[in-house]
Design a protein. Structure first.
Length: 306
């Protein structure tokens, strides 16, 4: 089922708390994170004598029953320090099921659509960003878009795949096509490239790429000259710049971690079966194939998240 979850909080490091909640939602067994809205700042609703809130919405596909999903969301709230002291009071994080496609629920624990959804611009504005077809009337409340959402970093995934979307075998790339490598250099030069420790080993001399900011995503790597090390997705958001082009270049685990947050995908597709053991993750229906360029040895496909 397709579900839309509202996320908010007004205590502590608000943006970090929202990003941490999104990452934990992504890791729920049976859940696929599909889309993340921008972050929006609003005055408190209900009890107004408290700090301003940050709010966002995410779209997920869930194999869980609605109450199972609710249990998982409440577990995440507890992990991130939520304490329920008063109704509509200040909180580190608040996770609400807003909508579930094709379902209406009215029980003691869960109401879907959320019973206050259409009264709250702070919920409707981020929701409508990721669900443009939503028919609703805004109330004119001040809802300010701010930076800090994973969607702001405009991640671009870049890979070379065979016809089965394989990207590697035995720790090596499947293809090293000079024309493709030249296009890759032109695309990423003077920008940020993000990759794993195993991908580093496939580069010339096993060294970070020149004339680019290199960020290596690894939980075990030590210091590497010419590169920055990040240990988690949450740490990655703290070091990325929204003013740069941020390219993710592999390997398979890194692509899987970051594809839910990507804005674009560039795939060099080779019409061959290379018997891969590492694969590019499935591209969800959130992406559209925007352009295909044909070359003699391959084609380049550009997917975008509209």
């Amino acid at each position: 089922m397709i579900c839309y979850i509202g996320i908010g909080g007004n205590l502590g490091e608000r943006a970090e708390n929202l990003r941490a909640a999104i990452e934990r939602i992504k890791k729920i067994r049976g859940v696929e994170l599909l889309r993340v809205s921008s972050f929006y700042e609003t005055a408190a609703w209900g009890l107004t004598n408290q700090p301003d809130f940050l709010n966002a919405a995410v779209k997920i596909s869930s194999a869980l029953e609605p109450l199972e999903l609710l249990d998982e969301l409440q577990r995440i709230e507890l992990e991130l320090g939520r304490v329920r002291l008063e109704h509509w009071g200040a909180r580190t994080i608040d996770l609400d099921i807003l909508l579930i496609d094709g379902l209406e629920i009215n029980s003691t624990r869960l109401t879907v659509p959320h019973k206050f959804l259409f009264e709250r611009d702070f919920a409707l504005v981020p929701l409508k960003e990721i669900l443009p077809a939503l028919k609703c009337r805004l109330h004119g409340d001040e809802v300010r878009k701010i930076t800090g959402s994973p969607s702001d970093f405009n991640l671009k995934l870049v890979a070379c795949v065979d016809r089965n979307f394989g990207i590697g075998k035995g720790g090596e790339l499947l293809f090293k096509i000079p024309a493709d490598m030249k296009k890759f250099r032109a695309l990423t030069l003077n920008h940020t490239v993000i990759y794993g420790r195993k991908t580093l080993a496939t580069f010339p001399n096993g060294k970070p790429l020149d004339s680019r900011r290199n960020i290596i995503f690894s939980r075990t790597a030590g210091e590497i000259a010419g590169a920055e090390i990040v240990r988690s997705v949450e740490e990655l958001w703290r070091v990325l710049s929204v003013n740069d082009k941020n390219f993710v270049t592999g390997g398979g685990e890194i692509f899987s971690e970051l594809i839910p947050y990507a804005a674009e995908i560039f795939l060099t597709a080779v019409n061959a079966d290379a018997d891969a053991d590492t694969f590019f993750p499935q591209i969800s229906g959130e992406f559209e194939l925007a352009r295909v360029e044909d070359f003699s040895e391959f084609e380049v496909r550009r997917y975008v998240k509209p």
